[in-house]
Design a protein around this ligand. Structure first.
Ligand SMILES: [Zn+2]
Length: 204
């Protein structure tokens, strides 16, 4: 476990980027997600991810490729991009200290069920992605710490605390919302549950 943690937190000095370290980091992310979600996520998705190494690129190339994929210029704060299992995830290397978090975030996206974004709603889908990425990295953002999607992540974390990891994982990795819906039904009258019910598209 120690070795894996070291790989996930490589000491990469800014300005001296070593591609091999990033490749190890990327492999460690996939390995970690395999440990956590084998038996939850379909094995063929995990296998497909292994065969799609993330591409670490400089900013100019990231912007060029992002435009090709989405037709738009990325906002400056966007540092990663994935297209499901259609192609490799892209991670911009401009902020080396954020590369582990961005890489894990994009890898979590790749493992998600194609229905998850629609079931959870786009913002909550991003929040759950980031929450699961930080969980996989054994990280908890301190108050004020820069981290992707802070509000969405905090809300997703509350949802996980309210209904448990399994209910959230079933929606996210299997597109199966019944357990989460049952939890929110049980929690009727709880203000937080009401908020979650309003913003989720689980079947009535
Ligand atoms: Zn994302």
């Amino acid at each position: 476990m120690k070795t894996l943690k070291n790989k996930l937190n490589p000491e990469i000095p800014a300005g001296r980027v070593e591609q091999t370290s990033y490749r190890d980091l990327d492999r460690a992310c996939v390995e970690r997600l395999g440990q956590l979600y084998r038996g939850v996520a379909p094995p063929e998705r995990l296998k497909a991810m292994e065969n799609l190494p993330t591409r670490f690129v400089v900013r100019a190339e990231f912007e060029r490729e992002y435009r090709t994929i989405s037709g738009q210029k990325p906002n400056p704060e966007v540092l990663g991009c994935s297209q499901g299992l259609e192609g490799p995830a892209l991670v911009s290397m401009e902020s080396p200290q954020l590369v582990p978090e961005i890489t894990m975030h994009e890898r979590v996206h790749q493992l998600s069920d194609p229905r998850a974004a629609q079931l959870l709603g786009g913002q909550r889908y991003e929040g759950v992605t980031q929450d699961l990425a930080l969980k996989a990295l054994d990280k908890t953002p301190a108050a004020g710490e820069a981290s992707g999607y802070p509000e969405q992540r905090a809300s997703a974390h509350e949802l996980r605390e309210l209904c448990g990891d399994q209910a959230v994982e079933k929606v996210y990795f299997q597109g199966e919302p019944s357990e989460l819906k049952a939890c929110l039904d049980r929690a009727l009258g709880d203000g937080r549950a009401e908020q979650f019910r309003k913003t989720m598209r689980t079947p009535a």
